[in-house]
Design a protein around this ligand. Sequence first.
Ligand SMILES: NC(=O)c1ccc[n+]([C@@H]2O[C@H](COP(=O)([O-])OP(=O)(O)OC[C@H]3O[C@@H](n4cnc5c(N)ncnc54)[C@H](OP(=O)(O)O)[C@@H]3O)[C@@H](O)[C@H]2O)c1
Length: 262
Amino acid sequence: MEKKVIVVTGGSSGIGLQTIGQLSANDNNQIISFSRSEEKIQKAKKVLGNKENVNYFMGDVTNEDDCRKFAEYVEKNYGKIHGLLNNAGVLTKGGMEMIDYETWKYNLNINLNGVYLFTRSLLPLLKKAQGASIVNVSSVAAMKPGSSIAYSVSKAGLDMLTEFLAGDLAPYKIRVNSVNPALVRTPIHMDNKIFENKEEYEELLRNAVERYPLKRIGEPEDIANLIEFLLSDKSSWITGSIMKIDGGAMINNDLIPPKDIE
Ligand SMILES: NC(=O)c1ccc[n+]([C@@H]2O[C@H](COP(=O)([O-])OP(=O)(O)OC[C@H]3O[C@@H](n4cnc5c(N)ncnc54)[C@H](OP(=O)(O)O)[C@@H]3O)[C@@H](O)[C@H]2O)c1
C-alpha cells in the first residue's frame, strides 16, 4: 500500500506537535515536520519518541530558499504530497498604536505570506497525489477583532486564501479547508510574550472558561481531531470550508434566552 505523505508546518509545538503525534500512530502515514528552531525540534523528538515515520526539516515558511530546498527534498525522497497542514503561526498582541510596522509585517509575513509561499512551492507535488488535502490553521480572530490587529488581519486574509485556493485547485482534485480555533492551551501565548508571566497567563485561562458555553478552553487534541478528519478521505466532499472550533464561544450569548424563561 502506498504511504500517505503529510507535511506539517510548525510541527515542533502545540497544535502541530499534537497532530503529528496522532497522525504518526498510523504506520501508513509518513509525516514531515517543517519549522525553524533546532531546540524546539529536539524537544518535539523527545515528546514523540524516535518514530520512523516522522522526519524533521529545519526552515522558515517565509524564506524562498528554504521552501525551494524543502520541495526538492520531498520530491527526491517521497515524490508527492497527499496532505499539507499549514499550521505555523505567530501572535503579537496590540492595536494600531501598540505595535510598530515591523511587528505588523512579521505577523502578516508568517501567518499569511508564508502559507502562500510554502503552498506554492509544494504545488507540483500536491498535484501529483491526485486528491491531496490542504488544511490551513486560522483562528476565530479572523471573524471578530481579537486582541491583535496584525494577527486578526493575517488570519482574515488566510481565510480568503483558503476559499480562493479551494476553487483554484479543485481542477487538480486538491481540497483546501480551514480550521479556526478559539483559545487553545499551547506555548504560543508565552513564547510570543503575550503575558508578563505564567501566573498572568494561568489567570486568563481560568477566567476565559466562563466565555465558553461548553465551560472549557480548547486542548490541542480537539483541533488535531478535526485536522485529521479534513486530511482524510472521510472529508472527500468538503472543500472551501472555514470551520470554527471554539466550544461555542462565537455564539452570541445575548440571543440565548435565560434558563428560567419557558
Ligand atoms: N493556541 C491558540 O490559542 C490558537 C488559537 C487559534 C489559532 N491558533 C493557530 O494555531 C497554529 C498553531 O499554533 P500553536 O498555538 O500550536 O502555537 P505554537 O505552540 O507556538 O506553535 C507554533 C509552531 O509554528 C512554528 N513556526 C512559527 N513561525 C514559523 C515560521 N516562520 N516557519 C516555520 N515554522 C514556524 C513554531 O516553531 P519555530 O518557532 O521553531 O519555527 C512552532 O512549531 C497557529 O497558526 C496559530 O495562529 C492557535
